[in-house]
Design a protein around this ligand. Structure first.
Ligand code: ACO
Length: 405
């Protein structure tokens, strides 16, 4: 390990990163837009002599948190050469990343994990979860409310960032865990001509309802059915945003009513999607799975805790355990009330003890401290302190992340 050094990979060496990533992730071909994506990242390389043996990309993001947003390093392309596994290369790259986060003023880091066993030890907790939903659309979608009857229109993808952006931002303000999108993100990540995971899906289609900005929209692709195999045509939903339940009902009804299709599949919906309650028949609208989405790391615990909004006044001394970032390994007093919010180190006796990964899981409001207590993961020193933290962290909408990076 002593010969491995960490330094920025220059833009001119992105070819080398791609070769390394294909080796590690068992891929052959460059995906469209991959180079531009890597150019936008900070790029930490682990070098042995002059050979790249590890790589970690960090995309600068603005992540929504309850009541606002914070700068966040979106970690991606995390990879170590098969010859250098389990020698501390990832650990070293993350230490380098924490230094970079401090320098860049990023109190948060986040990632989508390839394997859930990897990141807990580094202080990440699964902070958002998503549900995949399927609608049997061989019959009309049965809903308990009347859809908004304003006209629907199809939108040219070129208009999407300007027209959809404000509606997306409104949804992002309600649900923590979503990052701000620029024109590049809309164009290359949301509306790319081909779906990188399924080349049988058609180009992106956008339907909107209401004025400008629209009251709601859906981004979807379709796949033709196969009569011989008896497979119905598919509507693959990427995103649906709506400002009211009737608007959502109109968009879901539209998707379920597209001719020559018999199934709507949405792989990333919030776990509290109102569709699940407005559906008349939960055999027709089914949750087919629930998954961890965004893994969050509080790189700067007091800055992160001081930045979010709390549902109730709170005054607690939190003993935070953080094995890898010593500045977080201490007791902080969190106070929030009518005169503001603060989180500062204290010598007071702690009210409760928790690991930084569990604090990260709770931070956006998706995991409840009372459930962690029940699982034996928090230690309560002052009666009812976990309940007080639970009530303060609660959010009206569950956090949600659909954009993978
Ligand atoms: C956000 C993303 O990009 S997700 C993509 C992650 N990348 C991949 O899955 C690609 C294939 N895997 C790899 O490249 C590497 O094995 C990595 C990046 C997962 C780990 O890199 P390494 O340099 O081997 O990790 P490192 O040696 O620093 O290990 C640190 C600790 O994590 C543990 N660890 C590493 N990988 C795993 C794993 N897959 N599952 C469970 N624990 C793991 C190690 O055992 C070690 O624990 P220890 O100190 O108790 O022994």
């Amino acid at each position: 390990m002593s010969t491995v050094r960490f330094r920025e990979v220059p833009k001119s060496r992105i070819d080398r990163v791609l070769d390394h990533a294909y080796l590690v992730f068992h891929e052959e071909d460059e995906r469209p837009g991959e180079r531009e994506f890597l150019r936008r990242c900070e790029r930490t390389g682990a070098y042995e002599d002059d050979h790249l043996v590890g790589f970690l990309g960090a995309l600068p993001l603005d992540l929504s948190i309850p009541g606002g947003q914070l700068p966040c390093a979106g970690l991606t392309y995390v990879s170590v050469a098969p010859t250098h596994r389990r020698r501390g290369v990832l650990s070293g790259m993350l230490q380098e990343q924490w230094r970079r986060c401090a320098a860049a003023g990023q109190p948060l880091a986040a990632l989508w994990a390839s394997e859930t066993a990897i990141y807990g030890r580094f202080g990440f907790g699964a902070a958002t979860h998503l549900s995949s939903v399927e609608i049997d659309s061989r019959r009309p979608l049965a809903l308990r409310i009347s859809p908004d009857d304003r006209p629907l229109r199809l939108l040219d993808p070129k208009e999407a960032p300007a027209v959809l952006g404000p509606r997306y931002e409104a949804g992002r303000a309600l649900r923590a865990g979503r990052h701000a999108r620029d024109g590049y993100w809309w164009r290359e990540q949301i509306l790319s001509e081909e779906d990188e995971d399924d080349d049988e899906l058609g180009p992106p289609r956008i339907v909107t309802l209401g004025g400008n900005p629209p009251a709601g929209y859906a981004v979807y692709r379709t796949r033709a059915g196969d009569d011989e195999a008896g497979t119905p045509g598919l509507v693959h939903l990427h995103e649906l945003e709506a400002d009211t339940a009737p608007v959502a009902a109109a968009l879901w009804s539209y998707l379920a009513g597209i001719d020559l299709t018999g199934k709507v599949r949405a792989w990333s919906r919030p776990a509290d999607d109102p569709l699940l309650l407005m559906a008349t028949d939960n055999d027709q609208v089914q949750v087919t799975g629930t998954y961890p989405a965004l893994w969050l790391r509080l790189v700067d615990v007091p800055a992160a805790l001081a930045a979010r909004r709390y549902a109730r006044p709170v005054d607690l001394a939190l003993d935070v355990q953080d094995a890898t970032l010593p500045a977080n390994q201490r007791t902080f007093r969190l106070t929030s009330g009518p005169s503001g919010t603060a989180c500062t180190p204290t010598e007071d006796r702690p009210d409760l003890t928790l690991d930084v990964r569990d604090l990260a899981a709770c931070y956006l409001g998706g995991v409840r401290p009372v459930h962690l207590l029940r699982a034996g993961l928090l230690t309560e020193h002052t009666a009812d302190s976990v309940r007080a933290l639970d009530e303060a962290l609660r959010t009206e909408y569950l956090p949600f992340t659909s954009d993978e990076f």
